[in-house]
Design a protein around this ligand. Structure first.
Ligand code: SF4
Length: 519
């Protein structure tokens, strides 16, 4: 391999540039550490102790803003007893090269990084001849090259992209290990990574417990979309708030669920809407439970003057908000509404969803161009059309529907051209557009444009749907309902008397335990 240059990240200004590489034999690499201040200066960590010192410095940067000096030293000594206290006191890592070390999902404080993850990372680096090279992007790096007494090396892109970032402190990332696979979830932007430190072809086709639960709490909605895959109407039923609260509290006591997407019908029409928002806000503030985030979906039509207060409450309580649209102008309308009413949302929290099979190619291109013109900070998800509920009517029969697919195919061609026919999802669309499993099912050609780790094809493997209205637990919210998924008895809910909820909760538990054994 003759690699001439490789860099992750942007050159926003001159700063440090630390990177993780793998070499043929780390013992042949000259270790060069002047002190334990890993800043702008050139350094090479290639021995076990050198790697430990570098990781220890990263740990210090992760926690020293939140805990006293003594606790920082104690934590690092607990993991790396051979490092001297005087060295820990001197440790620093330049802000541009800091790692975000994940916290244990069930960690009680959320302050200290996962010791198991740190040990696994250390073991991996040492076992795979990993070295850490430091320098900066403002000076000639010839000195680093001279120090590298190797004829072959390659950078560890996974490590770089997983844990390198420029955060000062306070991790937003949590981790859990399942069947030998590490799963990292960033609560602030929803980024999720599954990986193994082993190279030997780990197969991970199903998680032990669902990472995402689609929680149906209502089938009420007055928008009357003709294709509504859940067949929602204003007259339909909803689950009482006490059942919702009970389920969430019971479920999350022991289960590492990263996300709960609450919905079904229109959440703004849910009769206990404000109670629900308050519960979610309270729940997120309870220190033992803050690692699960709550998402929901609205329609662009919900952004009316009358709904302003509800919209505030929703954006205040939920971490991620998706908004269904079918035109570029509807995205513009919602963004202008949020600006006009000063509705604040977390960076990375806003996304728009559309169903390409109901749209023309021109409209899809307009949406892409609008996004590319940096109109706002949001993500776009393309959802596959679902032939359930009202989507099961004759106008959407398979033969009729085939015609509707041309628009998205035109859009795919446009995107490919934009990216010079070169891994376009990777380069041009990366982090801006996403697809759901059903769209991949409807357009298998999408797979040719993505890498296998960029999508999952099957529902019910890492996620499931729990319908608290009618008592079903299904692989997805659009799985046709059948008795095999039915919870046999739905108790008559009595406001705030949780014992009546036991049967639905326990049946849910049985289903989940069977399908996700760790439950
Ligand atoms: S698709 Fe969504 S907005 Fe339309 S009727 Fe169904 S729940 Fe309401």
């Amino acid at each position: 391999m003759n690699l001439l240059y490789y860099r992750i990240g942007f050159a926003s200004n001159s700063s440090s540039l630390h990177s993780t590489w793998h070499v043929k034999d780390a013992s042949e690499v000259y270790e060069y550490i002047e002190d334990t201040d890993f800043g702008w200066n050139t350094f090479v960590c290639s021995t076990e102790m050198g790697i430990q010192k570098y990781i220890a410095a990263q740990i210090k940067m992760n926690i020293s803003y939140e805990v006293p000096k003594e606790a920082t030293i104690g934590f690092i000594k607990h993991i790396f007893p051979k490092i001297k206290v005087a060295e820990i006191k001197e440790m620093d890592v330049d802000h541009q090269s800091r790692w975000e070390l994940p916290r244990d999902f069930f960690g009680k404080t959320g302050v200290f990084p996962s010791i198991k993850f740190i040990k696994a990372l250390e073991k991996y680096l040492i076992k795979t001849n990993g070295i850490i090279i430091g320098g900066n992007d403002n000076s000639d790096q010839e000195d680093v090259c001279k120090l590298l007494n190797v004829d072959c090396a390659f950078p560890d892109r996974l490590i770089s992209e997983t844990i390198y970032n420029s955060k000062f402190a306070s991790s937003n990332t949590v981790c859990i290990k399942d069947k030998g696979v590490w799963k990292l979830f960033n609560k602030s932007n929803g980024c999720k990574i599954r990986f193994s430190f082993n190279d030997d072809g780990v197969i991970y086709e199903k998680s032990s417990s669902p990472e995402l639960i689609d929680l149906i709490i209502s089938n009420k909605c007055s928008h009357g979309c003709p294709y509504c895959y859940r067949g929602c109407t204003p007259e339909k039923e909803e689950a009482p708030i006490n059942r919702v609260e009970f389920f969430i509290r019971d479920l999350l006591r022991e289960t590492p669920v990263f996300e709960i997407a609450i919905g079904g019908g229109n959440i703004l029409e849910y009769s206990s809407f404000f109670d629900l928002c308050d519960f979610i806000s309270d729940y997120n503030n309870e220190s033992y439970h803050f690692n699960t985030i709550f998402n929901t979906t609205l329609s662009w039509k919900d952004f009316t003057k009358e709904n302003t207060y509800k919209i505030y409450k929703l954006f205040e309580s939920f971490r991620g908000i998706a908004i269904s649209v079918s035109k570029a102008s509807e995205i513009k309308y919602v963004l202008e509404y949020l600006k006009k009413y000063h509705v604040k949302f977390y960076r990375g929290a806003l996304s728009f969803q559309c169903i390409p099979e109901l749209m023309t190619g021109e409209e899809l291109i307009k949406i892409a161009e609008q996004r590319e013109n940096k109109f706002g900070n949001y993500h776009i998800t393309f959802l596959g059309f679902k032939h359930t509920g009202r989507g099961n009517s004759p106008q959407y029969s398979a033969a009729e529907f085939e015609k509707n697919k041309d628009g998205f195919r035109q859009f795919l061609q446009y995107m490919k051209k934009k990216a010079n026919d070169n891994e376009w999802f990777d380069d041009y669309l990366y982090e801006r557009f996403g697809v759901d499993t059903e769209l991949i099912h409807n357009f298998p050609e999408i797979k040719e444009t993505q890498k296998s780790w960029m999508y999952s094809e099957h529902e019910g493997k890492f996620s499931c749907c729990v319908d608290l209205v009618d008592g079903y637990v299904l692989p997805s919210s659009y799985t046709p309902y059948s008795d095999e998924y039915k919870v046999p008895e739905i108790p008559t809910p009595v406001k705030r008397v949780y014992t009546t909820e036991d049967s639905i909760a326990s049946m849910t538990e049985i289903f989940l335990r069977e399908n996700f054994p760790k439950f």
